[in-house]
Ligand binder design. Sequence first.
Ligand code: G3H
Ligand code: 13P
Ligand code: ZN
Length: 326
Amino acid sequence: MGNTVHFSDLGLVNTREIFRKAVGGGYAIPAYNFNNLEQLQAIVVACVETSSPVIIQVSKGARNYANETMLRHMAQGAVAMATEMGSKIPIVLHLDHGDSFELCKSCVDSGFSSVMIDGSHLPYEENIALTKKVVDYAHARDVSVEGELGVLAGIEDEVSAEHSTYTQPEEVEDFVAKTGVDSLAISIGTSHGAFKFRLKEGESVPPLRFDILEEIERRLPGFPIVLHGASSVVQEYVELINAYGGHMEGAVGVPEEQLRRAAASAVCKINIDSDGRLAVTAKVREYLAKNPGEFDPRKYLGEARNELVRLIKHKNQAVLGSAGKA
Ligand code: G3H
Ligand code: 13P
Ligand code: ZN
């Protein structure tokens, strides 16, 4: 294929070395989703200024939104921008929730240094077969692979998902051995989006299932574990959104102390998308409400970008512990 490019030619790295250091060092690498210029600029600035390794990740939807060729050049631009800022932080370009071999192959061929194949909804043996196929293709090109066992709970199917979809620790050694994955995403009580728990008046967020995490860690000592659905759903943003015309009442996420505890354990990659979305929406709503005559996108997107930089620096420094580890 004429258009094939290897990640090393884009200045990117795979996850091998950064995960090895993170597992040994008791911190987690941040994996921030992006699909536009301002998000990527903010990630680069914040991670360079905190000297943090970073995984920039795109979902299938983000890849369709941004265009795959544009994305590759954006990732290359991120590396160049970080270098020009005087810092050679490790940057991984990762496919988030790949749903087929073809999509993973296409990402590997277009310069991604890491892919996730999410077969968690499939029967166990099918998940193994699909994941192994992706691993064989990716590893031949030195690209890292994340697999998943256990389905993240959704708020709608709270009752049925409560117990049946947590990762079963008895499966993890067999899955890792048979597939050869480099990291494993697990389900211990988090979920995607801004409404992670349905709380009644006066209730607080239930703790994640650290007992399951500990059992997985016991069975796979030193193996990199990934936590999805790990936004804290920053209440300051939810309040701003609601104050300026939005309706996100009841939005709640994973408390920072729980993420700190996870980051200090075998969890070495923490996925954050919703908090960034909330920061952007809050600042754009606030800016437009306060400046009704303004129509220059640089003004309101600039405000959003500044807030994203603050948010990401805070996460790296005070939650994941990745600051200073580049
Ligand atoms: O895990 C999902 C990510 O938050 C990406 O979401 O598919 O809407 O881009 P998306
Ligand atoms: P949040 O929705 O909690 O940010 O999770 C993002 C994620 O897991 C991306 O894969
Ligand atoms: Zn996810």
